[in-house]
Structure formats: structure tokens, C-alpha cells
Design a protein around this ligand. Structure first.
Ligand code: HEM
Length: 401
């Protein structure tokens, strides 16, 4: 076994000045020398950091667990974490994870995706109409990037029309509390968890309503399975958490990236499906995943001991020159298949088809409606944001046309 000489004292977090789309520069140096290296976590745990594409993929192995109670966060000192609530299968392992995953995967049907595609198109058009009525400059984050996925999730879960404003406030609270820069990490966690409970309470009521009077949506469909009300509420909240902030920030950062690379718009319109994969690779907004070894595991010339946590830098893996030529260049014509923007292995994003529909539909509608869209402030004034669950994003995106 080779033992690395040094241990990183923390996860690299500072992005290069002037390039908000690039991961911290330190990743390239670490990846080149040692794609799996020791790292001290914020709570003092001595674990590992995987930065190379091959090593990150290799951790998708049943000897590694996604259970919260076994994990140490590489992003903040969150103390010992409780087990995931019922229904949150992102933080379960096989066979429990497989049971949920199979049930859910069977519900993301071609018919449902087609229906949702039409709804996303309608939602995008409505938002763009509203933006046009107000006139520029507008903040694209609050007027477009957040409402589109929020309303899409309402469609997915079957949130009734009169509840939608309340539901959007619940979601907004979830995001802002977990991210509020004015709060210390433990306060963010505490307030985020109470916002989480409020969302969970709403979804629990929604599940009860769907049992009584099912409608044409995923949640109603799931009431026909053997999942309990508590599990169904947990699944609903997981979809909300996993599907909202991610897609919203992908739309915001994606629009920002396109505005900063206007030469790439032709490629976007020529083949949006190919272009989306490259945008997902280049931005890798869900930048870090986490797993813990359940037994001693030999990996990339090192021995990971049972109980040690590995931080998986998806954003570093997606800039690995061993897999992608000139990885720091956004090239919407490239074939970016194999990127880890949706993770890898059994937990790979369940909602990726819906996410692709939202990105393609919303960004194409935006670029088509406002061909002269441009930033209303210099790019250097756009404020980015980090959060304690590892989703990179924008605080605002003022644009005009
Ligand atoms: C651009 C938008 C999105 C990105 C970048 C993204 C990214 C990811 C990533 C990286 C993972 C794996 C996490 C891990 O391995 O620890 C994941 C899992 C997941 N995502 Fe997404 N996601 C997006 C949109 C969505 C949407 C729209 C939904 C559903 C409405 C969704 C539902 C889920 C679920 C349920 C999981 C857990 C899957 C499992 O554990 O089996 N995601 N996502």
C-alpha cells in the first residue's frame, strides 16, 4: 500500500477569481499528483478526497455506504448525523435503496415525461411573458430560474393550484435557510431542518389528500404501491429537495455561462441535447458527493479503512484531462458523455430525464424569446453562492435586452 505523504486540511473551496465556472484551481494539482488523497474533514474526521474521474467512479461499489449516520460532511461541521427519514432513499443502501429506486423508476414513464415536457414549456412561456411585461432589467434567478423548477415539481407531485404559492414559499424557505450566509453552519442546519419539517408536513397532508382523491400525478400513482404515508411523504420531500435547487441553479448558471460565451449559442440551437451534456459537465453544480467505507477497501493504491468517509469531487472528475480534452473549455459541440454531473452508480440522479427536459426547454425558450439578452451588470459583479449540501449556484443574475 502507498501512503500519501500529506493530508489536505480541508476541501478546496475557493474558485479562481474572474472565472466563476471553474472549480478551485487546487483540484488540478491534487488530481495530477494523487487522485485519491487523505483529507481532514471539518468535524476533524481523517478521511479521503477523490478527485480523478476513474477513482470517483470506483467508489460506486457496494462496500461503500450512502447512509447519513455513517458519513462525515466534507463541507461543514454538522456533527453526528441522524439516519435518513423514511422515504429518503438517497441515503439508503441496497437492498432498501433498490426497493424504492425500482418503485420510483417505474413511475417516471415515457407518458409522464411527455406530459411534463408540455407543462415545462407552458411554465417557461408564462414566466417569459411576465418578464417581458415587466421589462428589463430583471433578476433572472427570482423571475425564471427558481419558478420554472418549483412549478415543475408542483406538476410532478400534483400540488393543487390554490396551494402553489404556499408550496413555493415552503421551497424557498428550504433553500434560503440552508444557504443563508448571515447564519453560522449549525444555525443554517437548524433552520434548514425546521424548513424541511414544514415541507414534510405539507407533503404528508398532500399524500393524505391523494389517497382520498387521486389525480394524474406521481404522488397519486405512488399511493397504489405498498409505501406507507410516512414513506410517501419522505419520497415527495426528497424529490423536492433533490430536484429543485439543483435545476434552479443549473438554469441560472447555465444562462450565465451562455451569456458569457455568446459564440456557443449556435451550437446550443443546432443540437441542444448534446450541448446540455457539456453544460452539465462544465458546471457540475452538484459538486461533491460523499460515501463511507463499510469494510477495509483497497483503492488506487491506498487502503481505505472501514468507517472512513470519502468525499467525491464530481466537479474535479468532470475536469479530468484523462477523460475530457481541454476540460476547462466550454465546447457545446463536444461529446461529453460520461460526465458525472448526475453522479454515478446506483444513486445516479433519478430525475435526470426531467432535469434535461427543464434545461432544454427553459434555456431554449429564453434564448429564443430574447435574442439580444445580455448581462445588466459586469460579469465580475455577479455573486455566486455555495451551500452546505454541495450545490453551487448564483445569488442573482440581472439581465436586460
Ligand atoms: C440539473 C439538475 C440536477 C442535478 C445536477 C442533479 C444531480 C444529482 C446527483 C449528483 C445525484 C447523486 C448524488 C449522490 O450520488 O450522492 C442525484 C441524485 C438524485 N436526484 Fe438529481 N439532480 C438534478 C435534478 C433532479 C430532479 C429534477 C429530480 C427529481 C425531481 C432529481 C432527483 C434525484 C433523486 C431522487 C436522487 C437520488 C437517487 C438515488 O439515490 O437513487 N434530481 N442528483
Amino acid at each position: 500500500m502507498t501512503e500519501p505523504q500529506t493530508s489536505l486540511s480541508s476541501l478546496p473551496a475557493t474558485r479562481p477569481a474572474g472565472c466563476p465556472f471553474d472549480p478551485p484551481a487546487e483540484f488540478a494539482r491534487i488530481r495530477g499528483r494523487n487522485p485519491l488523497t487523505r483529507m481532514v474533514f471539518p468535524d476533524g474526521h481523517h478521511g479521503w478526497l477523490a478527485t480523478g474521474h476513474a477513482v470517483v467512479r470506483a467508489v460506486a461499489d457496494p462496500r461503500f455506504s450512502a447512509r447519513t449516520e455513517l458519513l462525515h460532511s466534507p463541507l461543514a461541521d454538522l456533527g453526528p448525523l441522524p439516519p435518513a427519514p423514511p422515504g429518503n432513499f438517497l441515503n439508503l443502501d441496497a437492498p432498501e435503496h433498490t426497493r424504492y429506486r425500482k418503485l420510483l423508476a417505474g413511475k417516471f414513464t415515457v407518458r409522464r415525461m411527455r406530459l411534463l415536457t408540455d407543462r415545462v414549456a407552458r411554465i417557461s412561456t408564462d414566466r417569459l411573458d411576465a418578464i417581458e411585461r415587466v421589462g428589463g432589467p430583471v433578476d433572472l434567478v427570482t423571475s425564471f430560474a427558481y419558478p420554472v423548477p418549483a412549478l415543475t415539481i408542483c406538476e410532478l407531485l400534483g400540488v393543487p393550484g390554490p396551494d402553489r404559492d404556499r408550496f413555493r414559499r415552503l421551497i424557498a424557505d428550504l433553500v434560503t435557510k440552508f444557504n443563508d450566509p448571515a447564519l453560522a453552519p449549525d444555525e443554517r442546519l437548524e433552520q434548514g431542518l425546521s424548513a424541511f419539517e414544514a415541507a414534510q408536513e405539507y407533503v404528508r397532508d398532500l399524500v393524505a389528500a391523494k389517497r382520498g382523491a387521486p389525480t394524474d400525478d406521481l404522488l397519486s400513482d405512488l399511493t397504489g404501491t405498498d409505501l406507507t404515508d410516512l414513506e410517501l411523504a419522505g419520497v415527495g420531500v426528497l424529490l423536492l429537495i433533490a430536484g429543485f435547487d439543483t435545476t434552479a441553479n443549473m438554469l441560472a448558471l447555465g444562462a450565465f455561462a451562455l451569456l458569457c460565451h455568446p459564440d456557443q449559442l449556435t451550437a446550443w440551437h443546432a443540437d441542444p441535447d448534446r450541448a446540455i451534456e457539456e453544460l452539465l459537465r462544465y458546471l457540475t453544480i452538484a459538486h461533491t458527493a460523499t460515501r463511507s467505507a463499510m469494510t477495509d477497501v483497497e483503492l488506487a493504491g491506498h487502503e481505505i479503512k472501514a468507517g472512513e468517509t470519502v468525499a467525491l469531487s464530481l466537479q474535479s472528475a468532470d475536469r479530468d484531462p484523462a477523460v475530457f480534452d481541454h476540460p476547462d473549455i466550454l465546447d457545446l459541440r463536444r461529446n461529453a458523455v460520461g460526465h458525472l454531473g448526475f453522479g454515478y452508480g446506483p444513486h445516479q440522479c433519478l430525475g435526470q430525464q426531467l432535469a434535461r427536459v427543464e434545461i432544454r426547454t427553459a434555456l431554449t425558450a429564453l434564448a429564443t424569446r430574447f435574442p439580444t439578452l445580455r448581462l445588466a451588470v459586469p460579469a465580475s459583479e455577479i455573486r455566486t453562492r455555495a451551500n452546505i449540501i454541495g450545490v453551487y449556484g448564483l445569488q442573482h443574475l440581472p439581465v436586460t435586452w
